[in-house]
Design a protein around this ligand. Structure first.
Ligand SMILES: *Cc1c(COP(=O)(O)O)cnc(C)c1O
Length: 376
């Protein structure tokens, strides 16, 4: 029994109060990015990788229709949304399953495939939701070291045991912004036993401009043990509506369908997601903006003498010097006081770095100027 669970028991020797499942009290709850700066009039939130362009203008028409019929349950199969996604990506809608954000899907995969004693693997600086969901399913989280802030295929394969049931890989990863080329992901898959699910979390796939990158669609199509998850929270600008989807083999879709809530995706999300995925012009605008500013921000911040991990996403990881007074904690306070909210990433193993989302031109330039002052 874990220490926390034991405490719960000793605190209630007569079992006069409920206690949660084994493992639950060992979970460190997810801490979202800050969103406000006390006393600052104008705030630029660059802490949650949201798009500065907002959602497609087509979304509001879609939502107006939904608003006049809020008494009606949504389509439990999210058919219109799955069809729109399938059409745009050239997929079979039967292999798509939607969720209340891709976070829900990550949790459902754990609930469906993990139980006590099983192991779930993720990497050193990987997205924290994996660990939380593995533990919530009562299973054992196994964290694997990275090399150069990038997932290490050999290290992951070396960590696989007979208890391993699931391997999570964010590609590209948040908060590092690094990625594994398609060839490396294929080598990872080829080294896994056939009963181990490889979950490719491609939340930032739309942003990647690299010839050697694949989001995972190809790998899912040819195999029985690969799942790709995607989200509408990032480039589509719909984080507030909570929409994610996964592309998976029929047997996995079938299993997760039995576990999920019957109406897990709400009516607004279905309508908005379908409209957003079809508006390719909006995505092109978001991509162009991100590409321009990802390069500018990286170069400008490196020009200030800071180290920036090369990113293929819509954010950069900025490393601060060990100089007293010039570290990430003080930089965070300095920027916050001026309305620029970045993300502390101590929980991801980076006590002396901040993650900055690529924001509007004004916000990006503001951070660059403020950092220049800060470092002076
Ligand atoms: C933002 C993000 C998600 C998306 O989560 P949603 O629940 O769809 O909003 C998933 N994975 C990673 C790595 C992310 O950074």
């Amino acid at each position: 029994m874990t220490a926390a669970a034991e405490n719960a028991l000793t605190a209630n020797p007569a079992n006069t109060a409920p206690w949660p499942n084994k493992g639950v009290m060992d979970i460190a709850a997810y801490v979202p990015g800050k969103e406000s700066a006390p006393g600052v009039a104008k705030v630029h939130k660059l802490s949650s990788n949201e798009t500065p362009l907002g959602a497609s203008p087509k979304v509001s028409d879609a939502l107006a229709n939904v608003l006049s019929h809020l008494e009606v349950y949504p389509d439990g199969a999210a058919t219109k949304l799955r069809e729109a996604i399938a059409e745009i990506h050239g997929l079979n809608p039967a292999n798509i399953l939607c969720g209340n954000g891709s976070d829900e899907l990550l949790g459902l995969l754990c609930q469906t495939y993990l139980s006590a004693g099983d192991e779930g693997i993720f990497t050193e600086h990987g997205f924290l939701v994996y660990k939380i969901q593995i533990m919530a399913a009562g299973a054992t989280p196994v964290v694997v070291s990275e090399t150069d802030l990038t997932a290490d295929v050999d290290a992951i394969l070396a960590a696989v045991t007979e208890r391993t049931r699931i391997v999570f890989l964010a590609n590209p990863n948040n908060p590092t912004g690094t990625y594994l080329p398609a060839e490396a992901v294929r080598r990872l898959h080829a080294g896994l036993p056939p009963h181990v699910i490889l979950v490719l979390d491609a939340a930032y796939a739309e942003y990647v401009r690299r010839n050697d990158y694949e989001s995972g669609i190809e790998l899912v199509s040819g195999n029985r043990n690969v799942v790709m998850t995607r989200t509408f929270s990032k480039i589509y600008g719909l984080a507030g509506l909570r929409i994610g989807w996964m592309y998976a083999p029929a047997a996995i879709v079938d299993a997760v369908n039995r576990v999920r809530g019957p109406f897990n995706v709400n009516a607004a999300a279905i309508a908005a997601g379908a409209a957003a995925v079809r508006d390719r012009a909006h995505i092109d605008r978001a991509l162009a903006h991100n590409h321009e500013w990802l390069v500018k921000v990286t170069e400008a911040i490196e020009g200030l003498g800071l180290t920036v991990t090369p990113s293929v996403g819509n954010f950069v990881l900025i490393h601060f010097p060990e100089t007293p007074g010039k570290q990430a904690e003080q930089a965070d306070a300095y920027l916050t006081a001026r309305g620029y909210i970045l993300r502390r990433v101590t929980g991801y193993g980076f006590p002396n770095a901040l993650r900055m989302t690529i924001g509007s031109a004004e916000a990006n330039q503001g951070v660059i100027d403020a950092l220049k002052q800060f470092l002076r």
